[in-house]
Design a protein around this ligand. Structure first.
Ligand SMILES: *Cc1c(COP(=O)(O)O)cnc(C)c1O
Length: 423
């Protein structure tokens, strides 16, 4: 899509030809005070509510009201095994095998739990390789985690930055850093899709490069899950964590996901924190009679507490949609929708901004990050006033993410009209 017609009729035609156009109606689109739907480009931050979510949440409230504690076994979806609802569908989403994925906790909590098991420092190999810019929570998690294990983060954390004058990280630079420092690196922990630039990393190559140096390799998939197809099992990734309230539309603070590769998940000897929900269900309720923690030989073993039903319920609605559509069809639409956005933006005179998201189709997902050179805050405020919901990242980046499940080509066209008219 290098040279697209700029007219509204072309946007309408693209929508008519879009086989996924009907899915927009399965979501609530927020409205402006004048009743018009907003231009929602913030699904990379908080996905919209699937209309089916309410009935599922109400069902849980109903089961609680009418069954009380008995809903653990007699509820419509028994609470006792609620996390198993996502066993297959969660695995399909990220290219995993059933038993490699569990939905639990929040993303940052899961990063810590994964580091307990997969950051195994020794006197010579104690470093963590991460990227910059990284999401603040990941920086805090890695630095504080390393400190609790007795290392100085300034020494133990290696941060990879884009080259001078560039905005995104080159895979060959990740490989070069691993070749240079690999024997002192215990863990590589990088965002699969960068939150700031929208860059999709080559996870298969980075995993291979890390393994070749004897490192373990994990990914933060907050911006990848539900955005791009993943093949975590085949890529041989050691572990991964993601949240579900962004592209996965589970609602604010929704339950997070965790992948542990089968070769680790079945290893009951791995060090980890234990809790009753990670214990083998057949002995879980022996409680005080059994003091030894017996991990279930799959990813479920990293669960600590019983699952938060009300946080998990809305995710069922969204995962049913992902299963119905499939990541391949979503990606196919996304690879038309986002390039259309880019092409329309690039028709405009652009002294005051540049797109920093990579152009290569396999290095970008839904999101485009627009770096604004001149009056960034003022321009973002003007977009908001015109009904655009995007977000602003300090100091000067506006992120917009057309989401193939509910954004239309016409949304994109309207957004670029608003952008083009900014003074
Ligand atoms: C959104 C996001 C988080 C958020 O962490 P929570 O624990 O879910 O609050 C963390 N890391 C990255 C990379 C993110 O994009």
């Amino acid at each position: 899509m290098t040279d697209v017609p700029p007219d509204e009729a072309f946007a309408r035609t693209l929508d008519e030809q879009d086989p996924l156009r009907g899915y927009r109606d399965r979501f609530h689109i927020p409205c402006r005070p004048n009743g018009e739907p907003v231009l929602y480009f913030c699904g990379n931050s908080l996905g919209l509510q699937p209309k089916a979510a309410r009935a599922i949440v109400e069902q849980e409230l109903e089961d609680w009201a009418t069954l009380g504690v008995d809903a653990h076994f007699r509820g419509k979806t028994p609470w006792y095994s609620y996390h198993e609802v996502f066993r297959e569908t969660g695995a399909r989403l990220v290219g995993a095998r059933p038993g490699e994925v569990v939905m639990m906790n929040g993303l940052t909590t899961n990063l810590h739990l994964m580091m307990v098991s997969f950051y195994r420092p020794t006197t010579t190999r104690f470093r963590v390789l991460m990227e910059s810019p990284a999401f603040p929570s990941d920086i805090y998690a890695i630095r504080t985690h390393v400190r609790t294990r007795g290392y100085d983060p300034d020494e133990a954390v290696i941060t990879l930055r884009p080259r001078d004058g560039e905005h995104t990280l080159r895979t060959e630079d990740v490989e070069a850093a691993l070749a240079e420092h690999g024997d002192s690196i215990a863990l590589v922990l990088i965002g699969g899709v960068n939150f700031f630039t929208g860059q999709v990393m080559d996870m298969a190559r980075i995993t291979d490069a890390g393994h070749a140096q004897g490192c373990l390799v994990g990914f933060d998939l907050a911006h990848a899950a539900g955005n791009i197809p993943l093949a975590l099992h085949d890529w041989n990734v050691d572990f991964a964590c993601w949240c579900s309230y962004k592209y996965l539309n589970s609602g604010p603070g929704g339950i997070a996901g965790c992948f542990v590769h089968e070769r680790h998940a079945t290893n009951v000897e791995l060090p980890r924190y234990g809790g009753w929900w990670g214990n083998d269900p057949s002995t879980r309720f022996r409680m005080h009679l059994n003091e030894e923690f017996v991990p279930k030989p799959d990813a479920d073993a990293w669960q600590l507490s019983n699952p938060p039903i009300l946080a998990m319920a809305p995710l069922q609605a969204s995962m049913a949609i992902f299963d119905e559509v499939g990541m391949d069809r979503l990606r196919a639409k996304s690879q038309r929708l986002t390039p259309y956005l880019r092409a329309l933006i690039e028709r405009e005179p652009r002294e005051w901004f540049e797109i920093i998201t990579p152009r290569a189709p396999d290095a970008s997902g839904c999101q485009l990050s627009i770096l604004v050179h001149d009056r960034p805050r003022e321009r973002f405020a003007a977009l908001e006033a015109a009904g655009v919901v995007g977000d602003f990242r300090e100091p000067n980046v506006i992120r917009v993410a057309p989401v193939p499940l509910y954004n239309s080509f016409h949304d994109v066209w309207r957004f670029v009209r608003v952008l083009a008219e900014l003074k």
